[in-house]
Design a protein around this ligand. Structure first.
Ligand code: AMP
Ligand code: MG
Length: 408
């Protein structure tokens, strides 16, 4: 058995980087930037009005109220042809370039136009007030998005600002996913008394998609080495092969022999992780191979801990693991497993501190409890318990659920 840290290190060591490709800006969402992106001009590109108001010389309104001569108007999108001299002002709109001679803007609410040609400025302004100076955000040539950044809506906006109608991102990893188990039936089928619906297929596929992968479903194979090997052949072209179920020590856990038959070699087959433990990682040539435990929560958690980082590393992402925070435990937890344990919990900001409230869960099959969690409380393999109010580590799952009033 390897530790969680060792397992992740091995996975990342074996994970290469995929080549880049160019995609239209709108398709870059969720992808990982393969190049630094630099600003092609100063931002703002000119001294920009931050308010609707009057462009003027700050010195002229030191002793406001002060009457100024109106010399015209500057609109957004227009390059000013007028200049503001001593005792003068120009009407200016948010986003317009500051005209020559002006040193500040007084907002429209603090002025009263007298007639077409004169305005009374009611309050003094400082030099530069309400003006966003050219280059005050970034300078032309500055890196505005670093290589390895996952593109989110804010990054889409920055890419657009930098003139990137197309973005250079890592190719999406292709994941082939096989579900195993005699007892598993398709979501659309009516399960018999001893059967269960396939939740790992859709759920793990969804996790892989959120991590940027393209997923090919290999269907559900019964617990037969031959059937598993046959189905896996359909996934040979993928970058990553994932198998759900059939990796524990049972007589009908035949994924490992099937993978060996197909030429895979394993780097580990058990990890000191709870939920989980039976967790296979290896390679078949250049292809990464993961065997996830069949228990739905184990599958989700092990995916998050080991497969998601691999998918992100394939894409060159900078941040591979989910964020961790320290929180005060509300309740008690036991961990007699000798493995690093992950308990579904709600982490919230309460009375000035982060509190982690473990959720009632029936164990590694309890997907409903897992779906209510926004975090996992992590106890090290050698920490047998954590008491009320003790500091614990919590792994944030990336869904910020409010308390839904469900029993905990
Ligand atoms: P296994 O790892 O194959 O021994 O499966 C462990 C447990 O997870 C068993 O109770 C299975 O019924 C359940 N399980 C396995 N595969 C799935 C699946 N695709 N969807 C939901 N539950 C599953
Ligand atoms: Mg099974």
């Amino acid at each position: 058995m390897v530790s969680v840290e060792q397992a992740l290190e091995i996975v990342l060591r074996e994970t290469p980087a995929l080549p880049p490709e160019e995609v239209p800006l709108a398709d870059a969402l969720g992808r990982v930037l393969a190049r630094d992106v630099a600003a092609d001009r100063d931002l703002p590109a000119f001294d920009r009005a931050a308010m609707d108001g009057y462009a003027l010389r700050a010195a002229d309104v030191q002793h406001a109220p002060a009457a100024l001569e109106l010399v015209g108007e500057v609109r957004a999108g227009e390059w000013p042809t007028l200049a503001v001299g001593a005792g003068q002002a120009a009407r200016i709109m948010t986003g317009a370039p500051l005209p020559q001679g002006a040193t500040a803007i007084q907002q429209v609410e603090k002025a009263r136009p007298l007639d077409e040609f004169r305005v009374t400025i009611l309050a003094a302004v400082a030099e530069g007030q309400n003006v966003a100076p050219r280059g005050s955000e970034v300078r032309a040539g500055d890196v505005v998005l670093a290589k390895g950044r996952v593109v989110d809506p804010a990054a889409i906006g920055v890419l657009a600002t930098a003139g990137c109608a197309r973005a250079v991102v890592a190719r999406r990893p292709v994941v082939a996913l096989l579900v195993t188990g005699d007892e598993i039936v398709d979501v659309a089928a009516t399960p018999g008394p001893s059967q269960i619906r396939n939740s790992n297929g859709p759920a793990v596929a969804a996790q892989a998609r959120l991590a940027g992968a393209r997923v090919e479903l290999l269907g559900v194979a019964p617990d037969s080495q031959q059937a598993i090997a046959e189905a896996l052949r359909g996934g040979f072209a993928a970058d990553v092969l994932i198998v759900s179920g059939g990796v524990s020590a049972g007589e009908y856990d035949l994924v490992e022999p099937a993978l060996v038959e197909l030429g895979a070699t394993f780097l580990f087959t058990k990890v000191q992780v709870k939920p989980g433990a039976p967790l296979v990682f290896g390679r078949r040539g250049a292809q990464l191979v993961f065997g996830l435990p069949g228990n739905p929560v184990s599958a989700q958690v092990c995916f998050d801990l080991f497969v998601r980082p691999a998918l992100l590393k394939l894409q060159g992402a900078q941040v591979l693991s989910r964020p961790r925070v320290e929180a005060q435990l509300a309740g008690k937890l036991k961990n007699r497993s000798g493995r690093k344990s992950h308990t579904p919990a709600r982490v919230r900001f309460e009375h000035g501190r982060l509190v982690a409230r473990p959720l009632r869960s029936a164990g590694s099959g309890d997907l409903v409890a897992h779906a209510r969690a926004n975090a996992l409380v992590v106890l090290e393999a050698d920490r047998e318990e954590a008491g009320e109010g003790e500091t614990v580590e919590a792994l944030l799952l990336g869904r910020f659920l409010e308390d839904d009033g469900a029993p905990q």
